[in-house]
Write a protein that binds this ligand. Structure first.
Ligand code: PPS
Length: 414
């Protein structure tokens, strides 16, 4: 009765018609928005090195998943905005992923895949769950529930990095970056910008432009392992900001050298043996310290250069070995160092038997398990044990010095 009397009233009928029309418009625009955000924001790989192409594919999947996640949050946060009576708006124009001009085409040093992932993300103070990237409804459960803040999607600014993974090559830098970027307060460049070594002349604006957009409270990061052994890098980074936090992933220098050699061998199968490259003179046993695979591992020497510009308190040393045996433990230290809430825990990792390494249960912006690509965790060639022993003897005093300088026993000489 009441229903029919409402609809017999011309005013109510007109209001009802307007309501239906508005609802239809909203649904149609949401439908189009979904397709726009999903198809127009494909990442542009940056000069892939030809290794790790699987990475590009998986990153693209992650990207799509991020888009869906953001779309989902848009919808889910709409009633929240109305409830709060606030005047939020969402910007659907996500930036295209960056491309770097002037990257070295060979990718000789680190041999990493070069790609960017710059999907806007919510800081931990907003309604996102760092583990699964799930939007959390008001009053809902999750690591960050209850903050009630809403971020303005697509907004934010590109900032120079406040933290850098500066090395070491083959130390486990990719694993660390992939793991730490799961944190909602970290936004990272996927590629290695090589700004402070190869591209410094391009200027800070060029460098900033490579960075993903960040919201307040988020930390911008990048990793370029060659910075650690670049003599100009400390002064240049200090000139950008004396407050820059530096992270160095270190690994047993002997294994690191073999890993380095293995990478080169994978690209140039005709190179001399590891054994012959190691020595200046095989008979006298004199080590060739001019070979970069050997030189990079003299960590104490490189560190001295950094300490001219940065206090020890601004440098964190991550154990490459522990990053494999206890990734959550090392990530705990990294999060503390960066002043982040400990969101990444052992719940984020599982040990993949096939890969033989820890992998992420859910990578950044993805709901799927994620292991590093095939160029990470290669099988090393067998090296003559006498040569390995000679290298251990060579590195021992430098390692001791390094333990002393850092106050950490890395256990390479046990
Ligand atoms: N979780 C996980 N998965 C796969 N690989 C892992 C992982 N954690 C550390 N590592 C080790 O990382 C080594 C490669 O180091 P980097 O990423 O620093 O290499 S690079 O300098 O960027 O090329 C790589 O060296 P190799 O084993 O010699 O390939 C790995 O041992």
């Amino acid at each position: 009765m009441a229903f029919s009397s409402v609809f017999s009233d011309p005013l109510s009928r007109s209001i009802f018609k307007k309501f239906v029309a508005m609802l239809c418009c909203l649904l149609i625009s949401l439908y189009f928005l979904y397709f726009l955000t999903d198809s127009s924001t494909m990442p542009i790989p940056v000069k892939a090195t030809g290794e790790d192409t699987g990475y590009l594919a998986s990153d693209f999947k992650q990207w799509q998943s991020v888009q869906r996640k953001i779309f989902l949050q848009k919808i889910m946060s709409q009633p929240e905005q109305r409830m709060a009576g606030r005047n939020y708006h969402f910007n659907s124009g996500f930036t295209r992923t960056n491309n770097i001009n002037g990257f070295p085409a060979d990718g000789k040093d680190e041999g990493d895949q070069h790609y960017f992932s710059s999907a806007p993300r919510m800081p931990s103070s907003t309604n996102f769950d760092g583990l699964a990237g799930r939007p959390i409804l008001p009053g809902g459960t999750g690591s960050n529930s209850g903050s009630g803040k809403i971020s303005l999607l697509g907004e934010g600014t590109k900032k120079l990095p406040q933290a850098l993974i500066i090395g070491v090559k083959k130390g486990g830098t990719r694993a660390l970056l992939e793991f730490i970027r799961v944190h909602p307060d970290i936004r990272a460049v996927g590629a290695e910008p090589h700004f402070f070594d190869r591209n410094y002349d391009n200027g800070l604006d060029w460098y900033r432009d490579l960075m993903p957009k960040t919201l307040e409270g988020q930390i911008t990061m990048e990793k370029t392992p060659s910075y650690f052994v670049t003599s100009e890098a400390p002064a240049r980074i200090s000139a950008m900001s004396r407050d820059t936090k530096l992270i160095v992933v270190v690994r047993d220098p002997v294994t690191r050298a073999i890993s380095d050699y293995t990478q080169t061998l994978s690209k140039k199968p005709d190179i001399p043996t590891f054994e012959s490259l190691t020595f200046k003179n095989r008979t006298t046993g004199l080590i060739d310290t001019s070979w970069s695979a050997i030189q990079i591992g003299i960590y104490a020497k490189h560190l001295e250069n950094w300490l001219q510009y940065f206090p020890m308190s601004q440098i964190l040393f991550v154990s490459g070995e522990r990053l494999i045996s206890d990734p959550a433990g090392e990530l705990g230290r990294v999060q503390d160092f960066l002043g982040l809430k400990r969101i990444i825990t052992d719940k984020h990792f599982y040990f993949n038997q096939t890969k033989g390494f820890p992998c992420l249960k859910k990578a950044e912006g993805s709901s799927k398990p994620h292991c590093l690509g095939k160029t990470k965790g290669r099988t090393h060639p067998n090296i003559n044990p006498e040569v390995v022993q000679r290298l251990r003897d060579f590195y021992r005093p430098f390692n001791m010095k390094f333990y002393q300088m850092t106050g950490h026993l890395f256990g390479w000489d046990d």
